[in-house]
Ligand binder design. Structure first.
Ligand code: SF4
Ligand code: SF4
Length: 306
């Protein structure tokens, strides 16, 4: 069945697929509790909810025995335009939640065709489970010092998803972490958000500041031109330098997005926002959030949207 699942995942356009048991190690549980109690989650109060499930994924549903962890690549290169407003690469195309969920439901159907007794739960950020730890256990990749999963041969520009199954499968083995003595991501972070290897203070991180954070910025803050999300700690990672393989169509930027100029960003109306980003992960920041970021970038550079 393992091989059938792997081949089915590949036929659906998923780029990597590995299997593990629905458990994480006590050291991973401790690390999560330490991270929460340090306050690094900031205003993401939802991280404090369902803590038991976040550390005991086997309790997601009755009879869960295995987890299929999958990855799908997204754009590894920046947009070729001269705008100073930088959008994170994962937000170029369609919202990955929808794309991955659909593929995982298709995968579940294929598994059920072979074994109708199996039931499963699809998860793409929608359920509070420790997806990085599970993906690491499954050997989908290793967790880098920037806290992102690095998939061998693909790097870290990947979306993750999980399929929890009531089916006993042979778990795959983890891969050896390959960060070694490298600290490039820590050095590249302009706001010092990687406070120690493998420890992210989300309150400082520009991905959090531009998306999850709902408040105003202080004058001394800088968004370093990041209008939604941030890729700086991935751009420098040596494991991302040779993986510029063609991007799935779903995650390609539209021509309009690719051509957006500074003026287009600065004059973005709510109607235009909805036209441009209706099916995109950018909706998470909302129009107000995006405009707040655009204004802040303008202030940082001395030219401001009124
Ligand atoms: S995403 Fe940006 S701000 Fe966050 S840790 Fe990486 S480099 Fe720093
Ligand atoms: S930049 Fe270096 S330390 Fe950071 S994730 Fe990549 S390999 Fe690991």
């Amino acid at each position: 069945m393992n091989e059938f699942i792997r081949q089915a995942a590949c036929s659906l356009g998923l780029d990597a697929c590995r299997i593990t048991v629905p458990e994480i190690s006590t050291s991973d549980v401790r690390r999560f509790h330490d991270w929460l109690s340090s306050g690094y989650a900031g205003e993401m109060s939802y991280m404090n909810r369902n803590v038991f499930l976040r550390t005991h994924p086997e309790t997601l549903a009755e009879g869960i025995k295995s987890v299929v962890c999958v990855a799908m690549r997204y754009a590894s290169l920046p947009l070729k335009n001269s705008s100073r407003y930088v959008l994170s690469r994962y937000a170029y195309g369609k919202d990955y939640h929808e794309v991955l969920k659909e593929k995982l439901y298709q995968l579940l159907s294929l598994i059920k065709e072979r074994d109708p007794e199996v039931s499963g739960r699809v998860c793409v950020d929608s359920v509070p489970v420790p997806e990085h730890a599970l993906a690491g256990n499954a050997g989908l990749g290793w967790i880098g010092k920037n806290s992102l999963l690095i998939v061998p041969g693909m790097g870290s520009y990947v979306f993750l998803g999980e399929l929890f199954l009531t089916l006993e499968l042979n778990p795959d083995k983890p891969v050896t972490p390959r960060c070694g003595s490298c600290t490039r991501c820590m050095e590249a972070c302009p706001v010092g958000a990687i406070v120690a290897p493998y420890t992210l203070d989300a309150r400082k991180c520009l991905a959090y500041r531009t998306i999850e954070y709902r408040g105003d910025f202080a004058p001394e803050d800088s968004l370093h031109n990041r209008v939604f999300g941030c890729d700086l700690c991935q751009e420098v990672c040596p494991w991302n330098q040779k993986n510029h393989i063609p991007v799935h169509e779903e995650f390609q930027p539209s021509e309009e997005l690719a051509a957006m100029s500074d003026e287009d960003w600065e004059s973005l109306t709510e109607t235009r926002f909805k036209e441009c980003f209706a099916a995109s992960a950018v909706m998470r920041a909302g129009y107000k959030g995006l405009v707040r970021n655009i204004k802040k970038i303008g202030e940082d550079s001395g030219s401001s949207r009124e």
